[in-house]
Ligand binder design. Structure first.
Ligand code: KIV
Ligand code: NA
Length: 275
């Protein structure tokens, strides 16, 4: 398994870091098999797997339940788990208890938190207790209501410079990595040059140290809304739909199950059945 030290080296040598989300055992298996560097159990779980409209309803229990399944499926891949909505903005005690529970019970290698400011204090708290933290700036889905929707962030020089300051702040707070979501590529590249920690982009252009995509988006699986910045690398949903339609058709026309899919008892035994 690669470590945070390996990711730092990759940044130094320009080897791109590959991160993707997973929420269950088989997907984690496939990611590990493909040599993905980092698996993220994102709270995008709420939208792509649980059918919510946002990440807000996702709970600590949800993150632990799915985090454990992913860990079982990828024992040798660096695992990051999102802390859910509003679970790290209150007291230090609550942040520490929630973070430690998710970290311990899922066997995660790092936790991910959205934002700076008060969240930088949370980063400091968790890191001081021994938990690596991945920061997340730019579009913050947990704060979509406050941001006025799912929009590109940091488009003006003023907003962009504010984000640069936040990036330096979360780095100083001890974050081991930074995810940048949905910002102009020029800004993402500048941030990547200005901080020493690896920067992973999503909708942030090619100038970052690595990329992250949501599994369901890259695999073309599901009926959720897919953002403009996604490239769909497979069409798993169409394949699965074909399978379901074929199954329903075959049951209805008596084609399934056929002889090869059934069990047989000896005729002499079958002859003794009642009636
Ligand atoms: O929850 C998630 O999938 C994420 C990624 C988009 C970075 O936070
Ligand atoms: Na997330």
């Amino acid at each position: 398994m690669k470590s945070t030290a390996d990711f730092l080296k990759m940044k130094g040598s320009g080897d791109k870091i590959v991160m993707m989300t997973a929420y269950d055992f088989p997907t984690a298996n496939m990611a590990e098999e493909a040599g993905v560097d980092i698996i993220l159990v994102g709270d995008s779980l709420g939208m792509v797997v649980l059918g919510y409209d946002s990440t807000v309803p996702v709970t600590e229990e949800d993150m632990i339940h799915h985090g454990k399944a992913v860990r079982r499926g990828a024992k040798n891949t660096f695992l990051t788990v999102d802390m859910p909505f509003a679970s790290y903005h209150g007291s230090t005690d609550r942040t520490l208890e929630t973070g430690a529970r998710i970290f311990r019970e899922t066997g995660a290698d790092a936790l991910k938190l959205e934002g700076a400011g008060v969240v930088s204090d949370a980063i400091r708290t968790l890191v001081a207790a021994g938990m690596p933290v991945v920061a997340h700036l730019g579009l913050l889905p947990q704060s979509a209501g406050v941001l006025g929707g799912y929009k590109v962030q940091g488009k003006s020089a003023e907003a962009a410079n504010r984000l640069l300051e936040e990036a330096k702040e979360v780095e100083a707070a001890g974050a081991c990595m930074l995810v940048l979501e949905c910002i102009p590529h020029q800004l993402a590249q500048r941030v990547s040059e200005m901080v020493a920690i690896p920067v992973i982009g999503i909708g942030a252009g090619a100038g970052t140290d690595g990329q992250v995509l949501v599994f369901h988006d890259l695999a073309g699986y599901g009926s959720h809304r897919v953002p403009k910045f996604v490239r769909q690398f497979a069409d798993a949903g169409t394949e699965a739909q074909r399978g379901i339609q074929g199954y329903a058709r075959a049951v209805r026309n008596g084609e399934f199950p056929s002889q090869e899919h059934q069990f047989t008892m000896k005729e002499e035994e079958a002859g003794k059945l009642y009636g």
